[in-house]
Design a protein around this ligand. Structure first.
Ligand code: CAA
Length: 257
């Protein structure tokens, strides 16, 4: 399906979604949000796609929600908008999703990156929640995700000052997985995605689910959940193939079942 504000492609079992509204620094307009949700849905349903990369361009991953569209909205409009689509899709996505971020990554754009499972940043990436500067607060997970990732004190500074942090600072705080030169950050993200896409799909799905659960469960319940997923994998063909390939000293051939 052709989109106007996102571009999609698939290579090496990696689905790439490029936000494509450069004239507005990839601000998340209603149209872009809807098309991003459709592209995500398509990739989540496509068996050929085993890992997803979301990116923008060198200048901007995304400068956040579209302030021009959002300005006149009422509370009830926003209630409907933010309980839908991309945020729910990402929260429930079973395939790993990587954000490849360069330049401005602010507001809803930053929340989009944080909603992904991993972030590969360019040296020019800047992460921030400037909502306070326009009389609002993050509305798509910013206060919750920053606090879980970097702790209360740093999250407070991010959301109360509205000032962004650099890619290097984000790396030091554990927000991003790696920082690469602007020329190579996207290929680095694609390489990481292809590496993950080449793993046994059912195990990759379980691994992701278990890590995500660790954010919500008590250690006791989390260990319990993990051990059940672990045991469940022993009913897959890929588990038998993995062990057999190890003994036979060859590369395993995964079937995804
Ligand atoms: N919404 C709508 N349009 C935006 C936008 C946004 N979030 N960010 C940038 N643009 C537009 C600008 O209006 C401008 O368009 P025109 O040429 O038609 O005027 C174009 O993109 C280029 O932007 P600038 O000229 O401002 O570029 P710059 O390099 O001087 O500044 C910037 C870059 C610092 C990112 C600045 O654009 C900026 O501060 N943007 C807003 C960032 C922001 O506040 N984001 C939070 C939005 S609220 C939110 O996201 C809520 C939520 O939690 C979901």
């Amino acid at each position: 399906m052709p989109y106007e504000t996102v571009i999609t492609s698939v290579e090496n079992n990696v689905g790439l979604i490029t936000l494509n509204r450069p004239q507005a620094l990839n601000a998340l307009s209603a149209k872009l949000s809807a098309e991003l949700a459709d592209a995500l849905t398509e990739f989540l349903q496509d068996a050929e796609v085993r890992c997803i990369v979301i990116t923008g361009n060198e200048k901007a991953f995304s400068a956040g929600a579209d302030i021009k569209e959002m300005g006149p909205r009422q509370s009830t409009d926003m209630l409907d908008r933010f309980t839908s689509s991309i945020w729910t899709l990402l929260r429930r996505a079973r395939k790993p999703v990587i954000a490849a971020v360069s330049g401005h990554c602010y507001g809803g754009g930053c929340e989009l990156a944080l909603a992904c499972d991993m972030i590969v940043a360019s040296e020019t990436a800047k992460f921030g929640q400037p909502e306070i500067n326009i009389g609002i607060i993050p509305g798509a997970g910013g206060t919750q995700r920053w606090t879980r990732i970097v702790g209360k004190a740093r999250a407070m500074e991010i959301v109360l000052t509205g000032k962004p942090i650099s890619a290097q600072q984000a790396m030091a705080w554990g927000v991003v997985n790696r920082v690469a030169p602007v020329e190579t950050y996207l290929s680095e993200a694609k390489r990481l995605a292809a590496e993950i896409a080449a793993q046994p799909p059912v195990a990759a799905r379980m691994a992701k689910e278990a890590v995500i659960k660790a954010e919500d469960l008590t250690l006791e319940n989390g260990l319990d959940f993990e051990s059940r997923l672990f045991a469940m994998l022993f009913s897959t063909e890929d588990q038998k193939e993995g062990a057999r390939a190890f003994v036979e000293k060859r590369k395993p051939i995964w079937k995804g079942r």
